[in-house]
Design a protein around this ligand. Sequence first.
Ligand code: PLP
Length: 391
Amino acid sequence: MPASKKMIETPVYLDYNATTPCHPDVVAAMLPFFTKWYGNAASNNHSYGWQAAEGVTIAREQVAALINARPEEIVFTSGATEAINLAIKGVYEAYAFKGNHIITVATEHRAVLDTCAHLEKKGAVVTYLPVQADGLINTEDLKACITPATILIAVLFANNETGVVQDIKAIGKIAKENEVLFFCDAVQAAGKIRTDVLDLGIDLLAMSAHKIYGPKGVGALYVRRKDPRVKLIAQLDGGGHEKGLRSGTLNVPAIAGMGKACAIAVKEMHVAAERMRLLRNRLETLLLEGLKDCVVNGNTVNRLPHVSNISFKGVDGGRLLNGLVAYTAVSSGSACTSALPKPSHVLLAMGVEEDLAKASLRFSVGWFTSAEEINFVAEKTIALVKQLRGE
Ligand code: PLP
């Protein structure tokens, strides 16, 4: 029997960039904090509170270890969107005495772009760097737009739609040389590829647990405390949790789950990356050999190992997604914007024509993807694209 005819569960999940299932060990690490150690981590006068606080301490160490930070540099949040808002708005307010200029990139996630747009209404001047056809920024463009008023450079580590990985070390170096803070949205990178804040010169970094086999609704912001000590204005007023940077009772089960997910990633991510690279490459090879007029979007060298964004010329992306829905769960671009019938702002910024941008799919494989599933999805996609093209 050919591999693709083996029994597999459908639809095959190939949308790991949108979110991941929880690793069973993560669920196990969370469970006691719901029913046994359910104290408030801020209750420092009894053992229920101490046990919860101990869970948070361990998780903070595990998150810090993943990115080579110190535990006291980790601020837990409700997810990366909140971490991004805290970083960008918090820096803008804390460094108003120095300037009002922020540099970011046209292909950032909406959480960054919309936060910058919000600040523009409050007087910020924001430069949106263009990207080249392969999705990478030109670091000379970055250098050229730094002014004495520049207070923050915000660059996405790995793009959620294309997987393109920016030269973060070079950007960190430019930021340091110009004494500008560097914020990095590392939601798709941390836990997937090496992410070392010291080596890369990152001052603030946002992460999310649900992209790395942890629970939804929890994330973290790394805030450098030395060389330089980054100042931030809190965006929530309240009980002064997280050293005053993020008030609100800590979601201890989710935080424990995030910590466990980071600890698993430290051990597994490099082996998992090579396994996923083989699967992703196999999918691309099958599709490109089985179909004409397909283009892989983005730089194929500086790219996450598990992501492939492909445009299928002459095919309506909506009909393609609908036709595949029984067979596979993939995305037409960013999951967060795929409800809007607009072409992806990332692909448009890379100069992809509107029709081709609308005819693109993002496949993202994960730790639990099998070769049989890849064969199956490739077979169904090829058949459907040919049918829609009338071939
Ligand atoms: N940044 C990137 C690159 C993402 O992919 C996402 C999620 O899709 C976010 C930020 C937002 O993360 P969260 O869902 O934790 O708010």
